[in-house]
Design a protein around this ligand. Structure first.
Ligand code: GLU
Length: 511
């Protein structure tokens, strides 16, 4: 790549399913790298596999990227100087390159039938050998080719691979060598006239002036084919960066059945896109300063391929090392089972909490709102008493891992009934000293009209002094009398949200 050249990266999804964390991380690294270097990020839809591609998948992938805030400078929705950005609309481009290769003798038509090839593949398998095309159609004469084409025989176009070593220089993986004999002449145009992936990718990376190809290490084995085509066409190679594999907590490769679920699933669970992006950025990249909590803007300043590692990165969100996790589809689990499979101590939860804490409060309230669709009581409160809800969201945000968690906390704050919820709670109130504590506390609250958490904490302490109790014997009766429950939010925080009048009223009812 020339020094003066503008950096251009691309994300090239095949629309054959949803976008999962592997694909999204590839998109993110391309996006961040382009932004870090003042370059351009392109989305190109690779839909040349006619049977497996579908428009809904494309839409879902684009929606996922939009949610993540991974915005393209050029792409199927954005347009751009190299439109169209959907490969099925670019067949003429590939045809031009095919002609060039065939004319130069670097590619040739192959009339071998699918059945014949399948048979040979099976034979190789039986003998425990890797399958390589035997070159049957390599030497066909021009006359024979013309005749068989005129007869309407189906044919593919194969790329001619000469024996030797193919060397790929990779920014992350280092220098990787491949034996061309194990590749064999491979198909670049299928019998339906559509290009194969390896061919289309080379043509379009060239046409769209891509300078850096950043993608999952799973594609490393395709790279020798791609560089052979580039060399045959006399093209300059892009810089390759094959990024690490992503594994589950069991250290095995993530798959669609084992945690590689749709990105939108995480949105619906209440993760902020900023937190998810932050989390994905750390899957295979290590910031030089080791500070892991970052905004997307910070990421786009710091990201570099130089700190990408080839060691597998662990997606620690699902507990795939649990029994029965070999085959589970997170999207189809019932909510309780799903919660058991989620690692509450994942880095994603930690980051989500950090991002939730730092979000401007108005923005946070808007993001919480969709999660209240089943909580009409709280939605009503937002309209009727916006300041109280605002204060509540602001206070409880330090405790939550997800936006969904707000529902339970807000329910707890604003619940109407404070009857003891359990035998344990009833037992607390039946204790002899409990009444004394509660009476003292109520009178202090009525007297002092505390407002801040500190003022409430002070009133609790004073009630303890007066009733000569401490610790659990002090706060448990107050907790159960005011909430009906033996656990929950820190009381001073809760009380300051509720306001002294509501606290007094709840406690008097309990008495
Ligand atoms: N369409 C390929 C995929 O979805 C893209 C591979 C590449 O980036 O070259 O895996």
């Amino acid at each position: 790549m020339k020094q003066s050249q503008e950096i251009r990266t691309r994300f090239a999804p095949s629309p054959t399913g949803y976008l999962h964390v592997g694909g999204a991380r590839t998109a993110l690294f391309n996006y961040l790298f382009a932004r870090a270097r003042g370059g351009k990020f392109i989305i190109r839809v690779e839909d040349t596999d006619q049977e497996r591609s579908d428009p809904q998948s494309e839409q879902m992938i684009l929606e996922s990227l939009a949610w993540l805030g991974i915005r393209a400078d050029e792409g199927p929705s954005e347009g751009g100087p190299f439109a169209p950005y959907r490969q099925s609309e670019r067949l003429d481009v590939f045809a031009g390159y095919t002609d060039q290769l065939v004319k130069a003798g670097q590619a040739y038509p192959c009339f071998c039938s699918d059945e014949e090839l399948k048979l040979k593949q099976e034979q190789a398998k039986k003998m425990g050998l890797p399958y390589v095309y035997d070159g049957k159609c390599r030497g066909l004469s021009d006359e024979e080719i013309s005749r068989r084409k005129a007869d309407g025989e189906a044919f593919t176009i194969r790329f001619r691979v000469e024996s030797g070593e193919v060397v790929v220089e990779d920014v992350v993986q280092g220098r990787v060598k491949f034996d061309a004999r194990l590749i064999g002449d491979f198909i670049i145009v299928k019998s339906n006239g559509f290009p194969s992936y390896n061919f289309a990718v080379v043509c379009d990376d060239q046409e769209m002036q891509i300078t850096h190809v950043i993608r999952g290490v799973g594609h490393l084995s395709n790279t020798p084919r791609q560089v052979l085509i580039q060399d045959a066409l006399g093209l300059e190679r892009p810089v390759y960066a094959h990024i690490s594999e992503i594994v589950g907590t069991d250290k095995k490769k993530l798959s669609k059945r084992r945690g590689a679920t749709s990105i939108l699933f995480f949105r619906d669970l209440g993760y902020l896109s900023e937190a998810f992006v932050n989390y994905m950025s750390l899957l295979g990249w290590y910031p030089r300063d080791a500070v892991e909590y970052m905004s997307t803007d910070e990421l786009a300043k710091k990201f570099d391929l130089a700190q990408c590692s080839k060691s597998p990165a662990m997606f620690d969100f699902f507990l795939t090392d649990r029994e029965g996790a070999e085959d589970f589809d997170p999207a189809s689990l019932d909510p309780a089972e799903l919660q058991r499979r989620i690692n509450k101590k994942s880095k994603l939860n930690w980051l989500n909490n950090r991002h939730i804490r730092d979000l401007p409060l108005d923005d946070l309230i808007e993001r919480v709102r969709p999660f209240l669709s089943d909580a009409a009581d709280i939605r009503e409160l937002i309209e009727k008493e916006p300041d109280r809800v605002r204060q509540a969201i602001g206070s409880v945000r330090i405790y939550v891992d997800t936006l969904q968690d707000f529902v339970a906390y807000l329910r707890e704050v604003f619940k109407v009934s404070v009857q003891p919820e359990s035998d344990e709670a009833r037992a607390v109130l039946e204790d002899e000293s409990a009444r004394g504590v509660v009476v003292e506390f109520v009178s202090l609250v009525a007297d002092r009209k505390p407002e801040t958490p500190d003022e409430f904490a002070e009133a609790m302490k004073e009630a303890g002094r007066r009733a000569s109790v401490k610790g659990r014997a002090l706060f448990m009766p107050i907790r159960v009398a005011s909430t009906g429950s033996t656990q929950g939010l820190e009381l001073p925080t809760l009380f300051s949200i509720l306001g002294y009048a509501a606290v007094e009223e709840r406690m008097r009812r309990a008495l």
